[in-house]
Ligand binder design. Structure first.
Ligand code: ACM
Length: 554
């Protein structure tokens, strides 16, 4: 049987043997599956060089056709593939299910189906005579890309959406702003990108490294770029959740508009987009001016990221979510700021934690009044979580457990397990070694639902997400290296119904990965080979921040 990744729920041979696709093979799309047919022609059609001409309903009985259909009896994102000597059927509980079925179908055709053009004129295309029935364990199967620390040009983002789709991941968390850069055009505040989207130089390696990349770094997405990304994602049944990080991680915005900062504490006109790594102490001032400014930002954002762009019947629309960050907001400036003190007193708050909670709560209400939902990093629990808000649990499981117990939805993305910027082996050759050693096997044994949640609370775990921070990954080759192959293991954790972590068959996964590495090769992914980095994937002499021993909060 073909080694499908992520592993499908149920698969069996109908009989020994193969069916083949050729220039006469028709592709028929029943109502609601036209987008999947478009995708199949554009990708599998290009790879095979086969026209996959449009078929009709009558092609169901013709052995040389592919028929796509929605079968409401299947789970919303579930699918069934049947290759049995009649038409090759890809059926799904919704268009999304048919699309995930089409991803498996492409894997059945072999690694060359992942290329962009045929490599041999006489190449045959064979399908095993199998039935596959499959559906995901989790609804939220996410990947976060930090495009703020290092900008990933639009082409790279579209490529990652394709890579996500190939792994049946369906939520793209788009980390658009940080201390080191602002990456989305906001028409009413042009300086956010004129000033905030680039820095004069960049620290090379960890902040303790003496090295600098002495050249400007920057870039941003125009509003049309964003619309293109969102539409491209929607065609692939991926919801895009944009993040504007407030009130911390905001130095790039303050550099562009100094009045957003704590002007009674420091001269914010001297600030520039940060060229170093870490957590900047320069955070937003808790003023009405700041609130109005960000309402303006979010107004444009809601237009760029419409709710429902990736909506499916009977499926939660994750595109209603807007991520507001909320992580690592240092309180030193607020403690010294008379304006912040006055606000705390005026609102009758206990301290700066409650001031942050008030700030986040303002946007939770503002978003909810517009039919949207707020999601933030688990620090938004401190000082009280706003009604309806969801949490990205990154500092371990604890925040997610607390949020789920309080009835809030949670996405599990603990840094100890699924921060893919962390190094993936202990060896000296690992490039810019950051954080803990988290191997392919470690990620394969990641369990999104911690045992302390009972069944009812566990339902609040929407799913899991892998996060890719980019301080030490300056281009797409470095991002590929950190992300792959571990994203394949993560995808199997998020999609497949695997046994408990210690009972998972990692050796079996590794055997199936032999086929998957060939798919990744055909896609041009610069993954970390099982034997370690290739010479050009090393970064000798660039200081990282390796951590040893158990993670701090475990
Ligand atoms: C985070 O890693 N600061 C969410």
């Amino acid at each position: 049987m073909v080694d499908v990744i992520p592993a499908p729920g149920n698969s069996y041979w109908n009989e020994a043997g193969y069916a083949s696709l050729d220039a006469e093979t028709k592709l028929a799309a029943r109502p609601g599956t036209e987008g999947v047919a478009r995708w199949l022609r554009a990708t599998v059609g290009a790879a095979t060089g086969l026209p996959l001409a449009e078929g009709s309903g009558a092609d169901n009985s013709s052995a040389n056709s592919i028929v796509l259909s929605i079968e409401p009896g299947l789970p919303p994102e579930g699918y069934r593939i049947v290759v049995d000597g009649y038409a090759h059927r890809i059926e799904g509980g919704s268009a999304a299910g048919v699309f995930w079925g089409a991803q498996t179908f492409r894997q059945l055709l072999g690694p060359d189906a992942f290329r962009r053009a045929p490599v041999r004129p006489d190449q045959g295309w064979e399908l095993p005579l199998v039935t596959i029935e499959d559906s995901p364990r989790f609804r939220w199967r996410g990947l976060m890309l930090d495009v703020a620390r290092h900008f990933l040009p639009k082409e790279g983002v579209l490529r990652y959406l394709d890579l996500m789709a190939a792994h049946k991941l369906n939520v793209f968390h788009f980390h658009l702003t940080d201390d080191q850069g602002w990456r989305v055009e906001i028409k009413r505040y042009p300086k956010l990108t004129e000033v905030g989207s680039w820095r004069a130089r960049t620290k090379f390696g960890h902040r303790a490294s003496p090295l600098w990349e002495e050249k400007p770094h920057g870039g941003y997405y125009t509003q049309d770029d964003i619309r293109e990304i969102v539409a491209y994602a929607a065609e692939r049944h991926i919801a895009v959740v944009p993040e504007i990080d407030i009130p911390g991680h905001s130095q790039a915005a303050i550099a562009a508009y100094p009045e957003l900062g704590n002007t009674d504490v420091i001269d914010t006109t001297t600030l520039s987009v940060w060229d170093n790594w870490g957590i900047s102490p320069n955070v937003l001032a808790p003023t009405d001016n700041t609130l109005r400014f960000y309402e303006g930002v979010f107004e444009e954002l809601l237009d760029l990221f419409p709710a429902g762009a990736a909506e499916f019947p009977a499926f939660p629309a994750f595109s209603t979510f807007i991520h507001v960050g909320g992580d690592e907001c240092l309180k030193d400036q607020w403690k010294r700021s008379p304006t912040a003190r006055a606000r705390i007193e005026e609102l009758g708050l206990a301290d700066e934690d409650e001031l942050q909670s008030w700030f986040i709560g303002h946007f939770a209400k503002w978003l909810s009044a517009r039919g949207r939902r707020l999601i933030g990093w688990d620090e938004i629990l401190e000082g009280g979580l706003p009604e309806g808000a969801a949490v990205s649990s990154w500092r371990g499981y604890a925040g997610g457990v607390a949020a789920a117990r309080a009835g809030h939805d949670v996405v599990m993305c603990p840094e100890q397990q699924v921060y893919l910027d962390h190094r993936q082996a202990a060896g000296e050759d690992e490039p810019v070694p950051i954080g803990y050693v988290r191997t392919l096997e470690d990620v394969y044994r990641f369990e999104p639902v911690p045992p302390e949640l009972d069944e009812e609370r566990a339902r609040h775990v929407l799913g899991a997400q892998a996060n890719v921070w980019t301080e030490a990954t300056e281009d797409h080759a470095r991002v590929d290296y950190q992300t792959f192959p571990r994203l394949a293991a993560f995808a199997e954790v998020a999609w497949s119904r695997l046994p408990a972590p210690e009972a998972r068959d990692f050796a079996g996964f590794e055997r199936r990965m032999a086929a998957h590495y060939r798919r990744l090769d055909a896609l041009g992914v610069g993954y970390r080979p099982p034997g370690g980095p290739r010479p050009w994937q090393r970064r000798p002499g660039v200081l990282g921040r390796p951590l040893d021993g158990p993670p701090p909060n475990r």
